[in-house]
Ligand binder design. Structure first.
Ligand code: ASP
Length: 306
């Protein structure tokens, strides 16, 4: 049995601003990403391949805050974070604060495979990309009018915002995937542009193993989205794994405790996607919505927003 779940960010997704066209554009993009992952899994590729390919598809889509379509930093630039982890052997790779890389998740995977390190940040990560033949894109590649308008609504202030919704509501975005392959291995991947108007150099939860991303065959694979500072302080992904490992909670119980209770108590808005090695899937969020989808072997694609 194989299965994959994905997210395209959680946040204040305002129903009154959602048109039929917009909704179907988001659902089609989610389906495309699910297809990319599912194709890999059905061919017998690994959970790591499936989450990388699904996240690549979302990174290449303008609708989501990762790769192309990333949000603006306070200085008008783009800084991208990503991480990936294998539940089979607990290997992990991450990049933080990188610029002009179209698919940060693929670079994160290369960090885990081709260096003795888990995380590379800033210029060092970009230089490493060059040495393995990953070229930098121009700034124009990452520009979208919607993200520019969201940034303009906050520029000059110290406010930051999640990326879904209008500039007046309080936008969120980030993408991620978790998967179970035919061999019983699970993996997780997360990629983001961070939060609109974030300070230059700010790093959120997404590239931090144990916070935004975690995978362990013995417990679960998790990819988070939401206000990163709260997810960092709550060590969300590893907390869920620990609740399963040490307190004996089920996947559902652990996810709901962290997202609907612990995070809410400290004001942390967002959600996550989770899978275990039996193929149980949980997609909890405490925000108005979260772009998400899943597919299991032999079943139909399911995509949801609210
Ligand atoms: N968690 C991401 C960050 O704080 C943002 C998001 O999920 O939209 O960088």
């Amino acid at each position: 049995m194989y299965a994959i779940a994905i997210h395209g960010g959680a946040g204040t997704i305002d129903k009154s601003e959602m048109t039929v066209e917009k909704e179907s554009a988001y659902k089609n993009a989610l389906k495309e990403a699910l297809e990319a992952g599912q194709k890999a899994l059905s061919k017998g590729l690994s959970a790591m391949d499936a989450v990388e390919f699904a996240v690549n598809s979302l990174e290449n889509c303008l609708l989501f805050n990762a790769g192309k379509g990333a949000v603006f930093c306070a200085d008008g630039g783009f800084e991208l974070d990503a991480s990936i982890m294998s539940g089979k052997d607990l290997t992990a790779g991450a990049v933080a604060g990188i610029k002009n890389i179209a698919n940060p998740i693929s670079l994160a995977r290369k960090v885990s495979e081709k260096t003795p390190h888990v995380m590379l940040a800033g210029q060092g990560a970009i230089d490493f990309a060059k040495t393995i033949g990953i070229n930098q894109e121009t700034d124009e590649y990452f520009f979208t009018q919607q993200r520019y308008d969201q940034w303009q609504a906050l520029v000059g202030t110290t406010e930051v915002a999640l990326d879904h919704g209008s500039s007046t509501t309080k936008p969120i975005g980030t993408v991620g995937a978790v998967a179970l392959d035919k061999f019983g291995n699970i993996a997780a991947a997360t990629s983001t542009g961070g939060m609109t108007n974030k300070q230059y150099g700010r790093v959120g939860d997404t590239p931090i193993i144990g916070s935004g991303t975690y995978a362990n065959n013995a417990t679960c694979a998790i990819s988070c989205t939401g206000h990163g500072e709260y997810f960092l302080r709550s060590v969300v992904a590893y907390d869920i794994s620990c609740l399963m490992e040490y307190a004996g909670l089920s996947l559902d119980e652990a996810c709901n405790k962290v997202v609907k209770d612990k995070l809410v108590k400290i004001g942390g808005e967002g959600g996550l996607i989770a899978i275990d090695s039996k193929g149980n899937i949980c997609l909890p969020f405490n925000s108005a919505g979260m772009y998400r989808g899943l597919v299991r072997e032999g079943e139909d694609y399911q995509m949801f927003i609210y």
